[in-house]
Each structure stands twice: as structure tokens, then as C-alpha cells.
Design a protein around this ligand. Sequence first.
Ligand SMILES: *Cc1c(COP(=O)(O)O)cnc(C)c1O
Length: 388
Amino acid sequence: MSTPFLPFGLPDIGEDEIAEVVDTLRSGWITTGPKARRFEQDFAAFLGDASLQAIAVNSATAGLHLALEALGVGPGDEVITTTHTFTATAEVVRYLGADVKLVDIDAATLNIDPVAVEAVIGARTKAIVPVHYGGLAADMPRLLATAARHGLKVVEDAAHALPTTLGGALVGTLASDAAVFSFYANKTITTGEGGMLVTRDAALAERARVMRLHGMSRDAFDRFVAKVPSWYYEIVAPGFKYNLTDIAAALGIHQLKKARAFQQRRAAIAARYDAAFAALPLVLPPRPAAGDTHAWHLYAVRLADEAVARGLTRERFIERLFEQGVGASVHYIPLHLQPYWRDRYALEPAMFPASQRAYERIASLPIYTRMSEADVERVVGAVRAALG
Ligand SMILES: *Cc1c(COP(=O)(O)O)cnc(C)c1O
């Protein structure tokens, strides 16, 4: 009997999540309400910093858009981010009519290269958006110092980074202007679709809350037009429809409780892969600093020179994994290769040598909590065989 296909990723939804969703469905209140509020409070408590506000949204893309909008990014501005990311990181800048300045990555960490950032800062630069690639923290001390020196805002794309630490501090509590987490189906915790914007900036938080729901200012109403009936509201801006439903928040409340246990399971899989692949012609994912946590959203290996010299391509490597019933993926096809970004900014691979080289050799292996020990060993065996 042939073994079933091992998919690249699967969500880990338990009975607690299912019961909470059913409770929401029976409650009579299914859109944004008490459970979204509770998820926000739990999320802020998880980060453990009372000065933070957490704002639930229906995607990380929405959260990134809201953060940059609240910081005043607009036409004429430029925002620096990494080419080695998903398009959502950059597209939100274009929503606001601002320009994207893509830069290369550090070849060792696959995170945005702070030296490359420094090199492209100009008069129009308004903000930097680092991504914590795969769940490994970007070089935030350098990026924050650069931003401070040039008066720039920093919004972290923390879509992979729950929970990630840097110098012992959780991503979400660092000294940026905002951080945005994703709860998309394949992320480290999931609500199907969803995200969380966290910030210490009270003005940013207030603007994001208003813009999250059509630009309705209930707070302004409460402050200035007290004691009129509750049907009254004012529209203070052309806002968006980015609120998280209570159905989704019901999932998030229980997923969040498991976030640390999930991370530990993924870290154990990563450790097993590291040991099993140590002698193979692969460049393994970089480790975090001693004492720090890697969220292990991705476990991305790169073909080493030896493997490439023998004629193995990344395409063939992934094909061989699939032939053995093991799913794999590529993170990412860099933005400089995507037709829209390439053509809009006349980008060429030679401008991003580290990202380009990584892209040509990289493959992400399955790393998720529903994998059994046998599944992990299947991946190990398949990788060995695929390398020949
Ligand atoms: C998933 C992802 C996003 C977008 O998250 P959504 O919740 O799907 O909007 C943004 N940036 C990165 C790096 C991602 O992986």
C-alpha cells in the first residue's frame, strides 16, 4: 500500500476551537464583538507588555495597510522593504500611492540587509518594513538605529514571527512603530483569515481602529456628542472594511493558547532536520542567537554548491520530493522577478544577488504540528534520496 501524500502544510484545529466557533454561531453575535475584543486582550497579554494595544483585523495585509496609513504614508513617499517576501508586504505601500524601494537580503539570514537599507535612504524615504523571514528575527537593532538617525518609521511584517524573540524580547514588543501578525491558514497560529496590529503609539492605534471599520468614529461621538441615542455615528474618513469576525476570533483565542506548544513542536522538527541533514549538500536555515526563539514558520533549505555542481536543480529537487509523496514549496519567488514589481520599477536580478541566488536554490520543507514522528522521518528519507 502506498503512503498518502504528506502536504506541505496543514492547520492544527482542535476541539476547543470548534466548540468556541459553535458557541459563537449559537450566540446570535457572529461578526466583530466580544470574542474579537477578548482575542485582542489575550494577544496583548501574550506579548506581556501593558503599554501595547492589539487591534484585530481580517488579514495581516489589512494590518500593514492600516499601520502605514496611520503613519501618514502617501503619494510622494517611499517605503523600503525586502525583495525576498510575499507581495502583501509591498502592495500595501502602493494602495497608499507611495513608492516601494526593494532591497536585497543578507545571504546568511535571508532577512533584509541593513546595509542595503542604509544605501537607498533618500529625501522621500518615509518608512522601513522588515520581514522576520521564516520566523527568525530581522536585525532590528541596526534597522531601528538607522531609522532613528534618519527620522523614519518602522513597521514590522511579523507574519511569520509568533512567537519569535530577539534579545529575549518577543517580536511585537520591540521598539518599532507597529508590528503586524498573520493568522492566515498556513501561519503559526490561524483564524482561517486574520491578523493583529500591535503598537504602543496611541494615535496610530486610534486611527487604525477608526479606519478598520469604514472610518466610523464612535470614540469621537462618545467624546463630543454624548447622551444621544446609540444609532448615531459619524464618518470621519473614507475607511476600510478590515474588522475580524467573532467566528474567526473564536479560533484565535484557542490557537493563541497553544502558540508556545506549537512553536516547541516545530522547533523539535527543525532540530531533527538539522541533525539529519548536517552531512548533506544543503545550506541549513540559520539559528537564532543563543537564548532566542525562532518561530519556525518555515524550514527552508538551500542546495549547496556540491549539489548544484552535480547538476541538481531546485526544480528537480522539489519534483523528487513530490515523487516520494512529500510536499514542498518556495519562499519566495522574489518580488523583483514578479512582472508587476519588475516592470513598475525596472528591476533586474543583478540588483538583488543574494535574494536571486537564494531563490534559485531554495525549498521549504514541511514543518507543522500535525506531522507525526513517522512523517518527519519520511521527509528526512525523501530529502536524502532527492539529493541522490
Ligand atoms: C502571509 C504573509 C502576509 C500576509 O498575510 P495575510 O494575513 O494573508 O494578509 C504578509 N507578509 C508575509 C511575509 C506573509 O508570509
